[in-house]
Design a protein around this ligand. Sequence first.
Ligand SMILES: C[S@@+](CC[C@H](N)C(=O)[O-])C[C@H]1O[C@@H](n2cnc3c(N)ncnc32)[C@H](O)[C@@H]1O
Length: 317
Amino acid sequence: MATTSYHVPVLLEESLEQLDLKPGAVIVDGTLGGAGHAQAILERTAPDGVLIGLDVDPDAIREAGLRLGRFGDRVRLVQASFRRLADVARELELVAVDGVLLDLGVSSHQLDRPERGFRFSPGPESPLDMRMDRAGEGITAAGLLASLSAEELERVFSKYGELPGARRLARAIVEHRKLGPLATAKDLIDLIQGAGIGRGRQHNPATLVFQALRIAVNDELAALEEGLAAAIRILRPGGRLVVLTYHSLEDRIVKQTIRSAAKGCVCPPSFPVCRCGRKPSVRLATRRAVEPTAAEVEGNPRARSARLRAAIRLEAA
Ligand SMILES: C[S@@+](CC[C@H](N)C(=O)[O-])C[C@H]1O[C@@H](n2cnc3c(N)ncnc32)[C@H](O)[C@@H]1O
């Protein structure tokens, strides 16, 4: 049986509107999660629309399979990263699709399961895992903490967490390794507090540390860059790209990628005429990022930081 509270879809109506759904459309949901967006997409593209659903997490694929069973052969699910979108499209013999949705980050289900280790929660102890694909061969957060040098750890915390005190924390971790491994979320929280990171600051430093580790473990920013490029490539002219982000690092990448694709030319401003010959491949559908309403945030606090950007594929590439 599918559980009811896997994940509440964020900016749902806004996403559906930007996808400009029509009956018979072929839509890729690159981040299935609890299939909230996917179900609504299938309903709005009835009777014959097709949904290709990807997720790196086998749990999400299993759950989505249960939730979307009633749509029969209108659904194709693939356990894969959206960075492989172009390969998946080729394997499924898709020529071009009408829309791609990427709803980034982790689902409530992933966050709420202590055994996944995505955040510190009181109660059952969390191992520092943080892999979205637990069946894969990627390194865990505990593995990173045990193996990266102080310089590499500092880079992770400052680049992916924008953490004040990144160097101090990195050094404290390397010191701690002489005593024993950091295996659980509580071990890490104790170390952050012991090192005095973020004292007197508004943001909880543990949130930034966990975010940084999660991004590093799942190579999230590189996956996003590759996924956006692949998504633009597989869209038909007029097809829609819709991306939901949850922190400024992701949003910056989406904004810059879409703007650059809309501009085309990459010649330095000092060139009097274009020499690169690149043409715009998309047009912006959202000038500014769309944010959730106060009512949505009140009903679903996890929507608070969501930002939606969308683009429309152009004929010339
Ligand atoms: C915010 S949730 C999506 C929620 C979904 N829209 C819904 O309505 O239930 C993000 C999902 O994307 C998945 N994910 C994150 N990065 C991914 C990637 N590179 N490729 C495929 N799936 C990814 C996560 O495993 C998670 O299940």
